[in-house]
Ligand binder design. Structure first.
Ligand SMILES: NC(=O)c1ccc[n+]([C@@H]2O[C@H](COP(=O)([O-])OP(=O)(O)OC[C@H]3O[C@@H](n4cnc5c(N)ncnc54)[C@H](OP(=O)(O)O)[C@@H]3O)[C@@H](O)[C@H]2O)c1
Length: 288
């Protein structure tokens, strides 16, 4: 597996194994054990996934030395935001994972007291409990704001990137700040019929590859990391085999044309998302 060097000396696999939606502990353990057995050495989880204990059990059962694994988890700021709550949350999350250090801790969303949370993470970084810090789903302006006033530069920005949502501005901004980008939902969870998409499949046919492999190879050609989830061994083997070919200029232009500029996950227009969030946090005082 190709490794990429992040700031703070943390090496991470080009393709990290993702565990979103693997809430069932048995399914999650089996999936992580399968990924480790196939050579994956980077694992991504989050407090909100509800599976940190299962991820930790799989790592312990696998026999792979902890030092070979790059383990990422994320802070759920709605519950654990702010300095003191973040310190408690990281302690709890490390307990669930059964580890005495984290390789990467990301703030999951830019909601609430992210600056307070980030200062707590910087302290833990200084104590050696977290090797590198990062953020997820921060829009370019929020990433600039955090990066310009923090002490420890975020090593990683995890955002949705796939052929249907290419995120050129966010990626360019992160690059200017020296922050590595990792794509989540790189396969759009199969939305937009990605696995049988006519353009991706046609490109794949020219290289003897699948549409999924074309999507992952394209991310690598953009210099991106990616977190991919697969519970099927066949799928994961296919994904791990996505990198041994080179897309042509014509291929890249055809993929570029697939950008909708819209998330495949957050399907509502942003004003609806803002209204729903306000209604949730300020009951009876939604936006007017
Ligand atoms: N920071 C965030 O807010 C955030 C949000 C979402 C995700 N993430 C992270 O990013 C990871 C990946 O994103 P994701 O899980 O949303 O979606 P994804 O990796 O784009 O898609 C996962 C789906 O693709 C299928 N699949 C994988 N490889 C395939 C192949 N070669 N052919 C056909 N189907 C294939 C899997 O099926 P099977 O299970 O049947 O194999 C699964 O249903 C997550 O697991 C999580 O770690 C982060």
């Amino acid at each position: 597996m190709e490794k990429v060097q992040l700031s703070e000396g943390v090496a991470i696999d080009r393709l990290t194994f993702g565990t979103y939606r693997l809430k069932d502990p048995g399914i999650c353990r089996e999936a992580v054990l399968m990924a480790l057995s196939l050579g994956c050495r980077s694992i991504d989880t989050a407090a909100i996934y509800g599976n940190e204990a299962a991820v930790g059990e799989a790592i312990a059962q696998s026999g792979v030395p902890r030092g070979e694994i790059t383990l990422t988890t994320k802070l759920w700021t709605t519950d654990d935001g702010g300095h003191d709550r973040t310190l408690r949350a990281v302690d709890r999350q490390m307990g669930l994972l059964g580890v005495d250090y984290l390789d990467l801790m990301l703030i999951h969303h830019c909601v609430g007291d992210c600056h307070g949370s980030y200062r707590a993470l910087e302290e833990l970084h200084g104590q050696g409990a977290i090797r590198a810090l990062g953020v997820s789903n921060f829009a370019p302006d929020r990433l600039v704001d955090l990066t310009l006033c923090c002490q420890v530069r975020p090593a990683l920005l995890q955002i949705e990137v796939n052929p249907f949502y290419q995120q050129h501005h966010a990626i360019a901004t992160a690059r200017r700040l020296g922050v590595m980008v990792q794509a989540w939902a790189p396969l759009a969870e199969g939305k937009g019929s990605l696995f049988t998409h006519h353009a991706l499949s046609a490109i794949g046919e020219r290289h003897g590859r699948t549409a999924a492999q074309v999507a992952l190879n394209w991310l690598r050609s953009r210099g991106l990391l990616m977190a991919v989830r697969a519970t099927s061994e066949e799928h994961l083997r296919e994904d791990l085999g996505a990198f041994g070919f080179t897309l042509t200029g014509q291929d890249l232009a055809e993929i570029e044309a697939l950008d909708t500029g819209m998330s495949t996950y957050y399907t509502k227009p942003w004003d609806e998302v803002v209204e729903a969030t306000l209604s949730h946090h300020l009951p009876g005082r939604g936006a007017s």
